[in-house]
Design a protein around this ligand. Sequence first.
Ligand SMILES: Nc1nc2c(ncn2[C@@H]2O[C@H](COP(=O)(O)OP(=O)(O)OP(=O)(O)O)[C@@H](O)[C@H]2O)c(=O)[nH]1
Ligand SMILES: [Mg+2]
Length: 276
Amino acid sequence: MKINWFPGHMNKALKDISEQLKKVDVVTYVLDARIPLSSFNPSLDKLTQNKPTLFVLNKIDLADEKRVKDLLKQFENKNTDFVFYNSTLSGKSDIILNKIKQLAHEKVEKYLSKGVKTTVRTMVVGIPNSGKSTLVNSLCRKAKTETGDRAGVTKRGQWVSVGDCVEVYDTPGTLYPNIENQNIAKKLAYVGSVRDEILDFVEIGGAFACDIVKIYPDVLKNRYEIDSFQDGFDVLNQIAKKRKFLCSGNEIDLERAGRTIIDDFRKGRLGKLTLD
Ligand SMILES: Nc1nc2c(ncn2[C@@H]2O[C@H](COP(=O)(O)OP(=O)(O)OP(=O)(O)O)[C@@H](O)[C@H]2O)c(=O)[nH]1
Ligand SMILES: [Mg+2]
């Protein structure tokens, strides 16, 4: 199975992002802390490379913070900043707003020196389902944008006023036209950034099992009491047998086992994990 998902609304979104960027002082680039490298989108990187950028390592509550820190060392430079964040918690958004204003300090100071208060504009970009709209709602402390536990909820851009002289543009999650690196594509699928309907959950669940034990050897033992296995199918087989997942005709339901392991990962039931 080759994983690729680039629906028409994403192509439109990238054009709109390019247009709206002219009005924007700072880019707020939301990365999924469970895949901090694989959640970079080369199409977005190209568009936003000349803007000061705040990288929000979102979903940090589900991720392995130490591993994320090690991975990000390579990106430190003076025109960027990082923040680890959980967008579902309320009352923490000042950290983000302050960092955005800091990155726009040249503009803010220029206007202040003339005695004028200016508006700082930021655009929130990132892969689907990384939590962009939830972050925007967290910044304005109101549910002004639609959010949802699946890829592709936001279909068009939307300006939202956050108060205290900051405006935010929420954008649809974007991927890129051809994901050649299928290791990256699999990780995007594991975290829910690719539409679930195009995935084969036997394949993706089995692949996840094999990938995760390379980084966290005890995960399958801790959650499913699986001590050893031959391949991904064997893992799903063992889970299905232990949980008595049967199809009609009493056949083992491998698909349900595949969905179970992916769902357990997404909900944090396997622990705080980072896959890059
Ligand atoms: N645990 C956890 N869940 C989060 C966090 N941020 C967002 N979510 C959840 O992730 C899911 C996706 O959130 P959205 O804000 O709709 O994601 P999005 O990036 O706007 O998605 P698209 O519009 O499809 O691109 C929702 O179920 C949110 O509740 C976070 O920091 N931690
Ligand atoms: Mg959204």
